[in-house]
Design a protein around this ligand. Structure first.
Ligand SMILES: C[S@@+](CC[C@H](N)C(=O)[O-])C[C@H]1O[C@@H](n2cnc3c(N)ncnc32)[C@H](O)[C@@H]1O
Length: 207
């Protein structure tokens, strides 16, 4: 493994195993084999869990990281991942037209990387899942997207994650009453303050 690969991963995995636990909890709650992760940076953790993951990232360090195929495979193996993981990497801006099938992936991941759902939902199959955290407004964006229904929330506690499917009506309730629109989310680029704050949301693509 190249030294840079190890260093990039070590820095990313500062809270050791955090993302491994997150994706493990998500995998326990949904049926998913194929995953699309736009704005992934070097977060290879989905490949510890899922058989086939396509990463899309614009940062120039990412092609070097994913280009070290042996190194990436070694990191995956250390985490009990698949022996021969299907790891694909696209060095691109996810807002551009990506050479990917439409309505194909089982899981779309949107973590701290802007409005992934807006640009990449077309690649998610109907019945597939969007995992999205609220930080950049993408959870709010999904909440007003008629293609999605809230299917669960990911709750974090003491460094562990669990998926909760109960009392979902209690989530995505804004603290202050105001109308959320695509334009208002673009303008603020931030999430909406809700009365409950799970780590992330699982939306099901219904249309
Ligand atoms: C804060 S990091 C989060 C990385 C990863 N999702 C995580 O949670 O560990 C956001 C990443 O999204 C990438 N990104 C933001 N906008 C992007 C775009 N339009 N296309 C591709 N990558 C993008 C950035 O380059 C950066 O690496």
């Amino acid at each position: 493994m190249r030294r840079e690969t190890e260093a990039l991963w070590a820095k990313h995995d500062q809270h050791e195993g955090d993302r491994w636990r997150l994706f493990g909890a998500v995998a326990g709650a949904i049926e998913a084999t194929t995953v699309l992760y736009p704005g992934s940076y070097v977060d290879i953790a989905p490949s510890f869990i899922f058989d086939s993951v396509t990463y899309v990232e614009i940062d120039k360090r990412a092609p070097r990281f994913f280009g070290d195929e042996d190194g990436v495979r070694e990191i995956v193996r250390r985490h009990d991942g698949p022996i021969d993981p299907d790891v694909r990497f696209i060095h691109a801006d996810y807002t551009s037209e990506l050479d990917l099938a439409t309505e194909h992936f089982d899981l779309l991941i949107s973590l701290y990387a802007g409005f992934v759902s807006e640009h990449c939902t077309k690649h998610l199959r109907i019945g597939g899942t969007l995992l999205v955290n609220p930080s950049h407004g993408d959870a709010a964006m999904a909440s007003i997207d008629s293609r999605y229904e809230l299917g669960g929330v990911v709750v974090a506690r003491d460094g562990k994650y669990r998926v909760d499917n109960s009392e979902l009506d209690n989530y995505l309730v804004a603290k202050r009453p105001h109308t959320i629109t695509i334009d208002s989310l673009h303008e603020s680029g931030r999430g909406v303050a809700y009365t409950r704050s799970p780590f992330a949301y699982l939306f099901t693509r219904v249309a």
